[in-house]
Design a protein around this ligand. Structure first.
Ligand SMILES: Cc1cc2nc3c(=O)[nH]c(=O)nc-3n(C[C@H](O)[C@H](O)[C@H](O)COP(=O)(O)OP(=O)(O)OC[C@H]3O[C@@H](n4cnc5c(N)ncnc54)[C@H](O)[C@@H]3O)c2cc1C
Length: 296
């Protein structure tokens, strides 16, 4: 991840919106912790350093929680964004300061107008480009289809709720593994997120899901109020959980960069770097074949 973001983050000045406190997983049962242990060696093989915590270590680290945890794990060197919107805005500012143009318009069509020229239509403007990258999350599906390719891309819906009164109650994200729930200390309060739900790209919230998150929140933070806000978002996913990064088989001037499922924010930097290398030099730091659309 750092390979893509490190330089960009430095140049954009995003450090005040990050926290370098390591992320913690917690297990409330011995059964789940023991089965998760199998996972640790695989992670360690990729260079991830894991510190196992006992119940009391967790209380020392995070004294304000109702400590229901049997064991925990700290992922050393991990970090998180306290204000991801601000991070994105600063990255866009950097892009614009280097001559990039940012426009907020809905692309309705991509059409070949000459051998190596593509016209993008938005209903507001029609503009011709030499290269086009489709990177519009789960909505990439219809744009890919417009180019003549097909992709089995679906939305994995996820939710979060916000509790401003719990701002700064913990110093790091905590994941309750049995519930698949994450408690993250954001700049504007505590965010409780999680859930995987197949339900297309509609914004209707399922009250049972909100209730599930609220119950998880109450278990760890009994003093919590009713959440001030709730949100549903769409993780763009294909069946093998790998992103699609590469060139269209129908038109070599169209490129793809989408399908980052649960970790698109984390992988944005490295994926952006790889697709830029592909477009600008046709030479990438790693082989992109495992990420091609043709594999699906
Ligand atoms: C509850 C939840 C928690 C998550 N937590 C994390 C996490 O902790 N860490 C992490 O790394 N990831 C997390 N994710 C996943 C992450 O949000 C996604 O993987 C990521 O948003 C994908 O990024 P993207 O830019 O490809 O797509 P998106 O973020 O969906 O962005 C797509 C963009 O394309 C635009 N667009 C769509 N259609 C068009 C069009 N026709 N013309 C122009 N623009 C268009 C949209 O308006 C949007 O701005 C979470 C997701 C959810 C739902």
């Amino acid at each position: 991840m750092d390979d893509g973001y490190e330089e960009l983050f430095k140049e954009a000045g995003v450090e005040p919106y990050l926290s370098r406190n390591s992320i913690m997983y917690g297990w409330s049962t011995r059964l789940f912790f023991n089965s998760a242990k199998k996972d640790f060696s695989k992670r360690e093989q990729t260079g991830i350093k894991i510190q196992i915590l006992n119940h009391d270590d967790i209380s020392d680290l995070e004294p304000n929680i109702n400590n229901i945890f049997y064991k925990g794990a700290l992922f050393e060197g991990s970090y998180f964004a306290k204000n991801p919107k601000k991070v994105s805005e600063l990255l866009i500012d950097l892009f614009v300061s280097k001559g990039g143009i940012f426009k907020k318009e809905k692309v309705t069509n991509i059409e070949k107008v000459e051998k190596s020229k593509l016209q993008i239509s938005t209903g507001i403007t029609n503009e011709v480009f030499d290269r086009v990258i489709i990177a519009s999350g789960v909505w990439s599906k219809s744009l890919v289809e417009a180019t003549g390719d097909k992709v089995p891309l679906e939305a994995e819906r996820g939710y979060h709720i916000m509790n401003p009164e719990l701002k700064d109650i913990i110093s790091r994200p905590i994941s309750w593994q049995e519930r698949g729930t994450y408690f993250t200390p954001m700049e504007d309060g505590l965010r409780t997120g999680g859930i995987v739900e197949f339900g297309d790209t509609n914004y209707e919230e399922n009250p049972k899901v909100i209730n599930f998150l609220e119950r998880a929140l109450k278990s760890i933070f009994p003093q919590s109020n009713r959440p001030a806000q709730s949100w549903v978002g769409f993780r763009p996913s294909v069946p093998d959980s790998l992103p699609v990064i590469g060139q269209s088989s129908k038109n070599p001037y169209i490129y793809y960069c989408f399908g980052h499922q649960h970790i698109g924010w984390s992988l944005g930097g490295i994926s952006g770097k790889l697709i830029a290398q592909k477009v600008c030099a046709n030479k990438t730091d790693i082989d992109l074949a495992p990420y091609s659309l043709e594999r699906l």
